[in-house]
Design a protein around this ligand. Structure first.
Ligand SMILES: NC(=O)c1ccc[n+]([C@@H]2O[C@H](COP(=O)([O-])OP(=O)(O)OC[C@H]3O[C@@H](n4cnc5c(N)ncnc54)[C@H](O)[C@@H]3O)[C@@H](O)[C@H]2O)c1
Length: 272
């Protein structure tokens, strides 16, 4: 169901807008009236998302930025305000799966890469979004995209697991620290969703398994992804549009009594 005009004239920042859950969220928010400030480091696909919005009669801008660099997060908010005078909603969705490896085989650079793109992107964006909300007055809505891996253990990918717990920890802190400014901060926690990120991660793991088998090594020694628990209660992957629906619920006034929530959008994954 589309709630026509739910975000009419709201200025919405959305990171990771070039593909996957971000693109689905951008398209639906624009359909419901939001003016979109899109950011991603994938320039061509980000511009394609913006074109899809404009072709459907929506409005917005796209900024090609790597948001793991603090000054780029500041630029994102500044350009949004230069273009539209304010921001109303911010969805910090950009993230990576990284290179899944158990801790005893995990180079520090891989841990740093995953934290840079999953945690520091959210920290930097929140920092400048919050400053802008505080300057504007008594309101503001932030939705961060974490993961089931921010709520439970995730086999085989400790960097992703730890970085997403950090996103949920930050979300809860922000809800506490900024309620006095009328700012709500929540997160969504998806399970497996049909996006390029998942395809790329599984291709990486498959490559490792194939190499192990070729070398006569037991693949369990190096790749343990999805070993114990395979499916949520709803036994299929989510569509990106289903995640977009939950993100935009939290971003809407229907969630006016929600802050500090880590909403499970996981087909029941974390309930058993
Ligand atoms: N797909 C899933 O199964 C799943 C499950 C749980 C959580 N998530 C989370 O949902 C979010 C979106 O993931 P997706 O599945 O749509 O993946 P995706 O790879 O399709 O999209 C993520 C986008 O974020 C962008 N991005 C990453 N790091 C960036 C950076 N430093 N600066 C700017 N852009 C950056 C990428 O370029 C990409 O376009 C991520 O935070 C991911 O961790 C996804």
């Amino acid at each position: 169901m589309i709630f026509k005009d739910r975000f009419k004239d709201k200025v919405m920042i959305l990171t990771g807008a070039a593909r996957g859950i971000g693109r689905a969220t951008a398209l639906r928010a624009a359909q419901e009236g939001a003016v979109m400030v899109l950011a991603d480091r994938l320039q061509d696909q980000g511009e394609e998302t913006l074109k899809m919005i404009k072709d459907a009669g929506g409005d917005g801008i796209f900024l090609p930025l790597d948001l793991s660099i603090e000054e780029n997060a500041e630029t994102l908010v500044r350009k949004a305000v230069e273009a539209y005078g304010r921001i109303d909603i911010a969805i910090n969705n950009a993230g990576v799966m990284g290179k899944p490896n158990p801790v005893h085989l995990l180079p520090k650079e891989d841990m740093d890469y995953t934290f840079a793109n999953n945690f520091y992107t959210v920290f930097f964006c929140c920092k400048y979004e919050l400053r802008q909300f505080m300057e504007q007055g008594n309101s503001g809505i932030i939705v961060n995209n974490a993961s089931i891996a921010g709520m439970t253990g995730l086999e085989g990918n400790p960097a992703y697991n730890a970085s997403k717990h950090a996103v949920n920890g930050l979300t809860k802190n922000l809800a506490l620290d900024y309620q006095r400014y009328g700012i709500r901060v929540n997160s969504v926690n998806p399970s497996g969703t049909k996006t390029p990120m998942v395809d790329e991660a599984y291709a990486y793991v498959k490559g490792k398994i194939d190499a192990a088998v070729a070398a006569g090594v037991d693949p369990k020694e190096i790749a343990n992804m999805g070993g114990r628990k395979r499916m949520p209660i709803i036994d299929r992957q989510a569509e990106p549009e289903e995640q977009a629906a939950a993100i935009l619920f939290l971003a809407s006034d229907d969630a006016s009594y929600m802050t500090g929530a880590t909403l499970q959008t996981d087909g029941g994954w974390t309930s058993f």
